[in-house]
Design a protein around this ligand. Structure first.
Ligand code: NDP
Ligand SMILES: CC(C)=CCC[C@@H](C)[C@H]1CC=C2C3=C(CC[C@@]21C)[C@@]1(C)CC[C@H](O)C(C)(C)[C@@H]1CC3
Length: 418
């Protein structure tokens, strides 16, 4: 087989050196955050009071729980789906099929959990195991990434993602070489993107809420808000599972360590940081402020969902009545760009809504500590970087049409600001 054509896409994330640094820094940052959240000072920028003993990181039981959780979600993914959706057209003009049964997996997981709790499952014990669980999940992410990299060496060149095929093994391992790695019809990236990590996130949140109820008699209003907001976010992602098929991760990015670690480790263990903080640092929250925070989250969700659904509907069927009247810019590829509606306000309205929700998730933790705002700060940095990556990809894809879009929609994320 001819050697794969090396992609000429510019290197990102600082190239091989940056990728190697991130593969060390991300797990170290995770350990720091987990230790800081449960420490009294809860300093984000200072070293945690005490480093964990090696024995505190490794637990065979935690690894079994991780693998068991993964196995359960794989089984739920393989159940008959209410619908099978087609992905966007690939380079070879084919379209992959994706089962749409994520919300079904959420409901079945909740039912199994309810049954377990009724039988006396000590779910709150998970709150005491976050460190070994995160270590086990990180180990799993590394093993999955190695297997994916080896698998990609046998993939056809047309199956490779433009980004993660530089020829440098460290960089390609991090970014991911194969665009849609599958085992028969099981899509590994699509599965990881929405199931084990997102559902694990809300499971950890619930365990933290239950432990707070055990400690203080009942969960605080702040803990209930954070759990509710983030359950809405995960439930929405799974209800609109099909919309992920038109996002960057599925369309452009290969599946390597970055997304494997991001999905399996970073999401469940750092996105639950507010709940972790609240368990160890109870925050008073009055009803008027709580009502204001709920309104803020609702505004963010309205923008997030409206923009994502509008673009996804338009991409799937431009003649759909809900988007047919929108103004568009034709491009040389045959695809059109929306230039009115949500996507006529700023070039990434969905990011704006998501950032507003991230702020609403942090506010119930009060303003005495920076740690609960880590997600907001990280997320803004992630989306700014992601927006720049996407702009480059769209400029390469659409050329003059994208330049016209940028002239007519000059702001990227925040109207009249950025
Ligand atoms: N919670 C979290 O950790 C994260 C959440 N997210 C969220 O995921 C969601 C998806 O974001 P992301 O995956 O970055 O990608 P987007 O959903 O923003 O999709 C970007 C793609 O949309 C298409 N597009 C861009 N502008 C237009 C337009 N004017 N008209 C039509 N199509 C357009 C282009 O693809 P093409 O033209 O090829 O179809 C572009 O590559 C966002 O809401 C984001 O907030 C993202 C990252 C992390
Ligand atoms: C620092 C680090 C490891 C970064 C990796 C980034 C990933 C954590 C994120 C990249 C894109 C993501 C998306 C979601 C979760 C986080 C990751 C994987 C997402 C599934 C969250 C729910 C949303 O509704 C979504 C489906 C739009 C979204 C898709 C992108």
């Amino acid at each position: 087989m001819a050697p794969p054509q090396r992609s000429r896409v510019p290197l990102e994330f600082g190239g091989p050196l940056g990728a190697a640094a991130l593969m060390l820094l991300l797990p170290a940052t995770l350990v720091h955050l987990l230790l800081a959240a449960r420490s009294a000072p809860a300093h984000l920028l200072a070293p945690p009071p005490a480093l964990p003993a090696p024995g505190a990181l490794w637990s065979p039981w935690a690894l079994q729980l991780c693998l068991g959780w993964l196995g359960l979600q794989v089984a739920l993914y393989l159940l008959p789906a209410r619908k099978v959706a087609e992905g966007l057209q690939l380079k070879d003009k084919s379209r992959l099929l994706y089962p749409i049964n994520g919300f079904q997996a959420l409901v079945l997981t909740a039912l199994l959990l309810g049954l377990g709790l009724w039988a006396g499952l000590p779910l709150d014990a998970l709150a005491d195991m976050l460190l070994p669980l995160a270590f086990a999940a990180t180990l799993t992410a590394f093993v999955v990434s190695i297997l994916l990299f080896v698998k990609s060496l046998m993939a056809h060149p047309s199956a490779l993602a433009p980004g993660g095929n530089s020829g440098n093994p460290v960089y390609d391992f991090f970014l991911g070489r194969e665009l849609n790695p599958r085992i028969i019809s099981f899509d590994i990236k699509y599965f990881c993107e929405l199931r084990p990590g997102l559902l694990g996130w809300v499971l950890i949140n619930l365990a933290l809420l239950m432990q707070e109820a055990k400690l203080r008699g009942s969960p605080s209003l702040a803990m209930c808000l954070v759990n509710g907001f983030q359950l809405l976010y995960v439930g929405d992602a799974l209800w609109h599972e099909e919309a992920i098929l038109t996002t960057m991760d599925i369309m452009h990015d290969g599946f390597g360590f970055m997304l494997a670690f991001g999905n399996l480790v970073w999401v469940p263990f750092t996105y639950s940081l507010q709940a972790q903080f609240l368990l160890h640092h109870p925050q008073p929250l009055g009803l008027p402020l709580a009502a204001g925070i709920c309104l803020l989250n609702a505004v963010g969700y309205y923008i997030f969902r409206g923009a994502n659904s509008q673009k996804n509907t338009f991409r799937k069927n431009p003649s759909d009545p809900s988007v047919a009247g929108l103004e568009t810019i034709p491009t040389a590829t045959g695809q059109q760009l929306l230039v009115s509606g949500w996507w006529g306000v700023v070039r990434h309205p969905n990011y704006l809504g998501d950032i507003i929700m991230a702020l609403a998730w942090s506010l119930p933790c009060g303003v005495t500590h920076l740690l609960p705002y880590f997600y907001l700060l990280y997320f803004i940095a992630l989306l700014l970087h992601r927006e720049a990556r996407d702009e480059l990809q769209c400029l390469q894809k659409y050329g003059l049409a994208w330049q016209e879009y940028c002239q007519r929609v000059p702001y990227r994320i925040v109207p009249y600001v950025y």
